[in-house]
Design a protein around this ligand. Structure first.
Ligand code: SAM
Length: 369
């Protein structure tokens, strides 16, 4: 991955300023020429023999023309989103991500950021890391890029980069924020070793090899740099009431256990983050578990508001979390998918169950020497 270059002086990154898609995202220098999803699905790539003289493009050798046209077509191909059942999905990358990348999905991600802002999670590590002069910060799987934009606004001397499969980030961003299209599951994915902070939030169900990704992050941090991960436990449960025997949340967890096994990308990363970071060699690893209400049942005002947003997010997002994986990974029919979505949605809206969900936030520091 072509990491941490000044967005304004990096001539090799491809500025992909497309007003129509609202994206100011660049394509990674590795461009990883990752196979497109079409290639992954078995389409063959045409092979060409060496051309005879009459087949040679007369403009060949004009380096600027060639570079531009190649990067332009790469730029437009990553924006050709796939359409499935009325939703759009990324086209770039070596693995199929479960979530859509349309407006509905973006609202969903921004709601997730709002939830985080209620939790006193990261300010200390972020302050330590970003207070360093000209610190460099990376957000893996940045989504709408809202975390990057927040941190870039807070720390104008930091360079804050977000990477993602989908170029869905806004065009008008602070000069110290940059977005790049890249794929952390690609074997060539790399993080250059100049980072002060690496952030990874809600990558569940999308990482092929967590230990490998954490090794890349370890190599990509300066001595003393921090990694911060945040993942939800997918179980929604209750400390106050027995859950019904046919609890759809339990069924949902079981279905996603199968999906994780089938795709090799687990949805149950939260509880394993601490162990993975320690095994990688991070020090001062700390796990904080936040219990977030699902619904407005807590007495505490802040918890009540948090619970309300969490409930809205889970109810609205149930389709986003569920649909593509049940259909594409497990081959389930629409009727079964719709039934599970409807029942799970009703369960998260059942105020008599006093349910909650655990959110894991885990930090680790690369040793100083
Ligand atoms: C649930 S969203 C979380 C977005 C953001 N981190 C947040 O917390 O708001 C997961 C994001 O990871 C991205 N993603 C999934 N697989 C990826 C991959 N292999 N490489 C890069 N990004 C990926 C998705 O496109 C999506 O934007």
């Amino acid at each position: 991955m072509a990491d941490q270059k000044d967005p304004e002086i990096n001539p090799s990154s491809v500025a992909n300023h497309d007003e129509a898609s609202g994206s100011g995202t660049q394509i990674s220098e590795s461009g990883n020429p990752s196979p497109s999803m079409n290639q992954l699905e078995g389409d063959t790539v045409e092979e060409h023999d060496s051309p005879g003289h009459d087949e040679i493009d007369s403009s060949y050798g004009d380096a600027e023309f060639d570079a531009n046209s190649i990067t332009e077509s790469l730029a437009s191909s990553v924006k050709l989103f796939r359409e499935e059942h009325g939703r759009t999905y990324h086209s770039y990358g070596t693995t199929e991500y479960w979530g859509a990348n349309d407006e509905e999905a973006k609202d969903q991600q921004d709601l997730r950021h709002l939830l985080s802002s209620f939790l006193d999670t990261n300010s200390r590590r972020q302050t330590i890391s970003c207070a360093r002069k000209k610190s460099t910060v990376l957000d893996l799987g940045t989504g709408t890029g809202i975390w990057v934009m927040d941190v870039a606004d807070h720390y104008p001397s930091a360079v804050v980069k977000g990477m993602d499969l989908s170029p869905i980030q806004p065009l008008w961003i602070a000069p110290n924020a940059v977005f790049e299209v890249d794929d952390y599951n690609h074997t060539a994915f790399d993080v250059s070793p100049n980072h002060d902070l690496i952030h990874a939030r809600e990558l569940l169900g999308s990482v092929l090899d967590w230990p490998r990704l954490f090794r890349k992050c370890f190599e990509g941090l300066k001595p003393g740099g921090w990694i911060e991960c945040a993942e939800p436990d997918i179980k929604v449960t209750s400390n106050h009431m027995p859950m019904p025997a046919d609890d759809p949340n339990a069924q949902w967890v079981e279905v996603f256990r199968q999906v994780g096994q089938q795709t090799g990308m687990t949805f149950e990363a939260a509880v394993r983050l601490k162990g993975w970071l320690e095994e990688t060699g991070f020090e001062n690893v700390e796990e904080v578990v936040f219990s977030i209400a699902v619904g407005t049942w807590p007495r505490d005002k802040k918890q009540k508001e948090l619970g309300m947003w969490n409930q809205v997010r889970l109810a609205n997002g149930m389709r986003d979390f569920t649909e593509r994986r049940m259909r594409n990974s497990l081959g389930k029919q629409d009727v079964e998918i719709e039934a599970l979505i409807a029942r799970s949605r009703a369960a998260v809206q059942d105020s008599k169950l006093y349910t909650h969900q655990n959110m894991y936030v885990v930090y680790g520091q690369k040793p100083e020497v």
